[in-house]
Design a protein around this ligand. Structure first.
Ligand code: AMP
Ligand code: ZN
Length: 450
């Protein structure tokens, strides 16, 4: 039985999907810069969740958004749009900027062996639907207009912010009211400032502007999954603002909480402080790639439970790199041949991952299995391959796939998801030119030597 911690009820609950297929929504990246490895920790946790669902033989429909507009520098709906700000600073086209960083995000995800979503949607591709949602909220009397935009009146819902500890939020933060009716009210549609020419803006009944950040996820999840769906995920910071604001809109517009389970991954910290762009204490995958293989970072993440803070340090990375290498060497030393998955260890492994994704325990079980003299080498090999469906450490794959090839494969995967099949085929040929073959597998792809 799979049990997952549900932030909505603040307890572990048995998980069963509402319909046959599990419908999963994960909040995606804001694509104004490279993701840092803290962001990537959240996507690794979500990937483990998805792999555990597959391991339990569920089908999964996974939708992820790309925030390419509307995420402001401050959570109080003030400050510049992160994308516009960066485009201005670098004198770049905002559309090219977001498309570049979307590609970089996808490359990072592939390097970490994160399975691609079934559907990846850009916020800018659902502007019409977002405007339609604001219209519904307006018709139902949940909105009001102030100088800089259309806002959601959170006092109209009895249980606004139930999932968050809002007392704490209000005590800890001084919220600028700027004409808002309640401190927790949030922007649904922001007006373009008359003196400022935005690159990304749209006409709407209330005035030219752009959508508030919290609206896109409501629209995309409802559009592609239908509500209520099964699981909604994000980083722990979303418990306070982004997710209560999504829930508020869905409740107001459609009368219900959009998701059955809400799951949140804890932060990656550096010297016990949250890793963040604004603090400047961050590393990207590119930064650490020079010294450590990306999958060593995945190993490091697996070695902490997703609901525990994880501290990043060079020593911890070195330890993970050594362990990953030891695991790969162990696999390579094991005799080939069709073995059997060890029932006893599979049972233990499944119990661990089904207990709210206890990956540190799953790694311990993996090592115990490898050290167990009662199990034949062939069985160890097959059992490790089976566990790697969840761990995602590419244990059985060719070790040295050149970077150019993995990057090309990631690019091809994106093109395929965007239905640009001719361009994707051209890239497949380029990959073959390097002596590799890319094969599409369930919800992802595999690179093998020709
Ligand atoms: P963003 O691209 O800023 O929208 O953030 C992407 C995801 O990373 C969100 O789900 C955040 O909650 C998450 N996140 C941000 N900082 C960290 C961190 N230090 N550790 C883990 N997750 C984080
Ligand atoms: Zn979201």
């Amino acid at each position: 039985m799979l049990t997952l911690y549900n932030s909505k009820t603040r307890k572990k609950e048995p998980f069963t999907p509402l319909k046959e297929e599990v419908r999963l929504y994960t909040c995606g990246p804001t694509v104004y810069d490279f993701a840092h490895i803290g962001n990537l920790r959240t996507y690794i946790f979500e990937d483990v969740l998805k792999r555990v669902l597959f391991y339990n033989e569920y089908e999964v429909k996974h939708v992820m958004n790309i925030t390419d507009v509307g995420h402001l520098v401050s959570d109080d709906d003030t400050g510049e749009d992160k994308v516009e700000k960066k485009a201005k600073e670098e004198k770049k086209d905002a559309w090219q900027l977001t498309s570049f960083y979307t590609g970089e995000f996808i490359n990072d995800a592939k390097r970490l062996n994160i399975l691609g979503p079934t559907i990846l949607v850009k916020a800018t591709d659902t502007i019409k639907e977002q405007i339609d949602l604001v219209k519904i909220l307006e018709e139902k009397g949940y909105t009001y207009i102030i100088e800089d935009g259309v806002y959601f009146d959170t006092s109209k819902l009895d249980d606004y912010g139930k999932m968050a500890n809002l007392d704490q939020r209000e005590a800890g933060k001084r919220v600028e009211m700027r004409g808002k009716k309640n401190p927790t009210d949030f922007a649904l549609w922001k007006f373009s400032k008359p003196e400022e020419k935005r690159q990304m803006e749209w006409e709407a009944p209330w005035g030219k502007g752009f959508p508030g950040w919290h609206t896109e996820c409501v629209v995309m999840s409802a559009k592609y999954l239908g509500i209520p769906f099964d699981i909604h995920c994000g980083g722990i910071d979303h418990i306070e603002i982004h997710h209560p604001n999504e829930i508020a809109q869905a409740k107001a517009a459609y009368g219900e909480n959009p998701a059955n389970f809400w799951m949140h991954g804890e932060f990656l910290t550096v010297k016990e402080e949250k890793m963040s762009k604004s603090k400047g204490n961050f590393y990207t995958l590119k930064d650490i790639k020079k010294d450590y293989p990306p999958l060593a970072y995945r190993y490091l993440c697996l070695n902490s439970h997703y609901r525990s803070k994880m501290n990043f340090s060079r020593e911890a990375m070195q330890g993970a790199k050594n362990s990953l290498r030891a695991l790969q060497n162990r696999f390579d030393d094991l005799e080939q041949g069709s073995g059997m998955v060890s029932d006893e260890y599979k049972k233990e492994f499944l119990e661990a991952v089904n207990n709210d994704l206890n990956t540190p325990r799953a790694l311990d079980i993996t090592w115990s299995m490898l050290k167990d003299n009662q199990i034949s080498d062939q069985d160890k090999r097959t059992t490790l391959e089976d566990f790697d469906r969840v761990l995602g450490l590419r244990i059985s794959e060719t070790r040295e796939v050149p970077q150019e090839v993995t990057d090309l494969a990631a690019k091809r995967d994106l093109l395929r998801r965007e239905s640009k099949f001719d361009e994707a085929d051209e890239i497949r040929e380029q990959i073959e030119g390097f002596g590799y073959r890319v094969e599409d597998i369930k919800d992802g792809y595999k690179i093998t030597k020709k």
